[in-house]
Design a protein around this ligand. Structure first.
Ligand code: AHR
Length: 513
């Protein structure tokens, strides 16, 4: 009798800690959408130790193996991620940056004081050639952020000519003199950054008119197969900004509108990156999942002016933003990266995949040593963060055919507050392999999900999972592999149903053939 009661209680407790969810995966006969690989883009600003010490350690560094000053370990790690594009040189820094200061002999370059980030003096040793050559090394497309805030139209027009023109001109001659014969053919150009704030504190109307002028002179020099000009976009839910840009800027002058949204608890009290409590976790995830509503509402505005969806929504800054690590320069935005960040990354990328008809480019902020980084470095040491692993697991979706996955999720509750516990997305790659990515943000409950498959039959399922013992777990220089993906055994195919058991706060990517 005693044992019967005990087993009953055990059964009850296991039921209580399990969420039941359903979903439908549809495999259309004629799929009409691709998930652009550019959704998986990154961001490298002259901020703290992102460029100097992160990407670049200088050509004369004998301690850290490098190629033309760029760390070899970083190049190897980012190649494995298959990063499709890299945004540079900012951020707020971009609107203070004068590109001509970063070309020519390094010992003759003027210095620049980084007024936005720590007030440090930089020697401009990492400039246009260094960045664009590094992109070639990484096999990634550069996304240059032009200076509209404090730079002239001519300065931006010259930069485009310098990097993109193959013929005879003053700027191409200067490029050749500096050692680069062929143009780099840079396709992605940002026209200012956060023009509503650090980029010049402009009104939407004023910016939109300025944009028209700058965009006119950003020519493709008949060389790069058409440019993608990206307007500085809204701050989170500033829908009026998007509306004004779409109304005022003619469609022949714009290919992308940006959007910035950070998962921040409170701008005045951001909370720690590691020792956060469950309420702080909940609020961060609420902010991260808000991305879905933001995209829906900004897209609805864009649909009014651009029903054919020619203009892309480019979420060129996203990620978690917390207090800096104790003892580090507050202007350098260096923070650790835990399983909470894995939840942000997995959920946000699912949201982007599901809105890939309009969201065709995005940039995680930032790549190394800043905010939600994929890589952290300490002199010659380098570690990969949980966010890196999510990005790597999800790269199967790059340029794959989008497959609709609708999830009916239970709630993750904290007191009276609730959030959707499970989110997901799916795609089919060029080899016909289907990938399903699922996130359970609930820190306490496992989630069971039963997925009906409509339109295809699969024979096998396998997968990988990113999970850990505690939400606060993170990789350190002493324990670099505490969190890394492992084989996942919790998925079973039963005819047309895929049954998955998701551990608490986990990211799973399944492969079905
Ligand atoms: O990513 C850090 C900063 O956040 C960027 O420089 C700016 O654009 C944003 O406010």
């Amino acid at each position: 009798m005693k044992y019967a009661i005990l087993s009953f209680l055990l059964l009850l407790s296991s039921l209580g800690s399990y969420g039941q969810n359903t979903a439908t995966l549809t495999v259309p006969a004629k799929p009409d959408r691709t998930i652009s690989r550019h959704i998986y883009g990154h961001f490298a600003e002259h901020l703290g130790r992102c460029i100097y010490g992160g990407f670049y350690v200088g050509e004369n560094n004998t301690k850290i193996p490098n190629t033309a000053g760029v760390r070899n370990d970083v190049v190897d790690a980012l190649k494995k991620l298959k990063i499709p594009n890299l945004r540079w040189p900012g951020g707020c820094f971009a609107d203070t940056y004068h590109w001509k200061d970063g070309i020519g002999p390094k010992d003759q370059r003027p210095t620049i004081v980084n007024t936005w980030w720590g007030g440090v003096t930089e020697n401009n040793s990492f400039g246009t050639h260094d960045f664009l050559n590094m992109c070639e090394l990484l096999g990634t497309e550069p996304y240059l952020a032009g200076n509209m805030g404090s730079g002239a139209v001519q300065e931006l027009a010259d930069w485009v000519q310098y990097v993109n023109f193959g013929g005879v001109s003053p700027m191409s001659a200067l490029r050749k003199k500096n050692g680069r014969e062929q143009p780099w053919k840079v396709k992605y150009w940002g026209i200012g950054n956060e023009a509503w704030g650090c980029g010049g504190n402009m009104t939407a109307e004023y910016y939109a008119n300025e944009y028209r002028k700058y965009a006119t002179f950003v020519s493709d020099w008949n060389n790069s197969g058409g440019l993608t000009r990206i307007a500085s976009g809204a701050n989170s839910a500033d829908y009026n900004w998007t509306e004004t840009l779409m109304k005022v800027i003619p469609k022949n002058l714009i290919e992308g509108v940006a959007l910035h949204h950070y998962s921040v608890i409170n701008w005045d009290k951001k909370g720690p990156a590691v020792n956060f409590n469950e309420q702080q976790y909940f609020t961060t995830m609420k902010q991260a999942l808000f991305m879905d509503e933001l995209i829906q509402k900004h897209s609805a505005i864009m649909d009014k002016y651009d029903p054919e969806k020619k203009v892309a929504l480019v979420v060129d800054e996203w990620g978690g933003w917390y207090e800096v690590e104790p003892g580090t320069n507050p202007g350098f935005l260096y923070q650790q990266n835990t399983m909470r960040d894995a939840m942000i990354a997995g959920s946000t990328l699912n949201i982007f995949n599901n809105h890939s008809d309009r969201v065709r480019m995005a940039n995680l902020a930032q790549a190394i040593n800043v905010l939600q980084a994929v890589i952290l470095t300490d002199e010659e040491k380098m570690i990969l963060t949980p966010t890196y692993h999510v990005m790597e697991m999800y790269n199967v979706h790059q340029d794959a055919t989008y497959l609709p996955l609708t999830v009916k999720s239970t709630d993750y509750t904290l007191g009276e507050q609730k959030l959707t516990a499970v989110n997901g997305s799916a795609s089919r790659d060029k080899n016909g392999v289907t990938h399903v990515s699922l996130v359970n943000i609930d820190p306490k409950k496992k989630q069971e999900i039963s997925i009906d498959i409509d339109g295809a039959t699969y024979k096998s399922v396998s997968g990988r999972v990113l999970a850990s013992k505690s939400l606060q777990d993170h990789n350190t220089f002493a324990k670099p592999d505490l969190i890394k993906p492992t084989a996942f055994k919790g998925a079973k195919l039963k005819g047309k149903t895929l049954q998955v058991d998701l551990p608490p706060f986990s990211v799973v990517v399944l492969e079905m053939k």
